[in-house]
Design a protein around this ligand. Sequence first.
Ligand SMILES: [Zn+2]
Length: 199
Amino acid sequence: MSSILSARIIRRQIPPEMAGPRGYERAKDGLRADFTYRCAYCGVREEDNGGENFEIDHFCPVSRGGAVNDYANLYWSCSGCNAFKSNKWPNEEMELIGVRLLDPCREWEFPQHLLEDESGILQGRTKAGRYHIDCLRLNRRSRVDKRQDRNELMALHDQAQSFINEMSDEIKDTEEFQLLVRVLDGLRDRARMTITIMR
Ligand SMILES: [Zn+2]
């Protein structure tokens, strides 16, 4: 497994004091920041989620022995992923053959276990990857659509970039050109961040 330093999510917030059956709800603000306002599983951003709520997920389900109020077991999740994940957790036999959920707080999920094809469909490259996609229904229509939208925007950006690359040096020296480059870079970054489990 990858070292903790290469995990996709690095927790930086100080966990609040949590006690009682719903004590973990106090962790909401910290989790949102630590998970960079996106779902731990499908990678959608809160503001790109079409009004679907976000929730606190217990990575190891409480019904499977996961701690209720341990900040390290709390993940920020869109309600769709949380509902599909529910209390799914591999049994010991499954774990022995490498079946498990991928953990964004302990590893990069991409590219060892998951591959995204050109149409935005995720494919599992390992038993863990396949189980992860399956448990979380990461190929549900809404998520594939978002990946396709992102890919189309990225392609449009590349097209615009290739046009401006062909412009004359005289134009490239202007302030307007530099501004255009910055706008295009901003659009590309915004499109890329819409939904991603790669970074
Ligand atoms: Zn999600």
